[in-house]
Design a protein around this ligand. Sequence first.
Ligand code: ACM
Length: 255
Amino acid sequence: MRVGFVQFAPVLGRPERNLERAEALAPQAELLVLPELCASGYNFESKAQADELAEPAEGPTLEAAKRIARKTGAAVVAGFSEKGLGGNYNSALLADSRGLLGVYRKTHLFENEKDFFLPGDTGFKVWDVAGAKVGLMVCFDWFFPEAARTLAMRGAEIIAHPSNLVLPWCPDSMPVRSLENAVYAITCNRHGEERGLKFIGRSQVTAPDGKILVRAADAADEAKTVDIDPARAKKKTIATRNDRFEDRRPEHYAR
Ligand code: ACM
């Protein structure tokens, strides 16, 4: 299965331009991941601006994802600002050429996101894509090992991870998330700067053995793909007598 990411630098408040850029860069694949908030941009000046840039799940980002799916043959994961009933969510959608397959709402909000978004209420979900099980999390969710663990325990073989990373640690941490859960992870980050906030690029695909299969530069538009075998993520044994899930002792994990 060919999977990949489309790293680019969205411009705050220019959704049409940003979606066109993602579309122009998208390569052939079976699963492609775009960055978090890839249409709106990230570092909103005000709640009014955040509200203006929010869209329903069946909105312009979905339409762009469908066009990318038609052009590339891929299912597409894209971060977007979702206009919900009681407020906005920092969401990611999964779509193919026929339409929306599902939406995940970011669970762990980072810094000023707390002024603009409600905490996600979907929980961690897994979908079937081209014969593989794909789970979604968004950016800062990586910092909470429970997110990737929950997705893996719910059957995800690939974690699709749209991001707008600003802290430096994620690229070196995702190999561990992959290794400890025996899953692939596709982190699609953005690069560039918005109103003084710098994003670190370095999108990557990591494998169940913790290897980095492909990694982008820290400050360049880069769309990269790699062939993976999702069946490798079914094997959860660590050694002959150890298993990632069977050996857990949740009775000792309470705070
Ligand atoms: C982040 O969660 N966008 C840092």
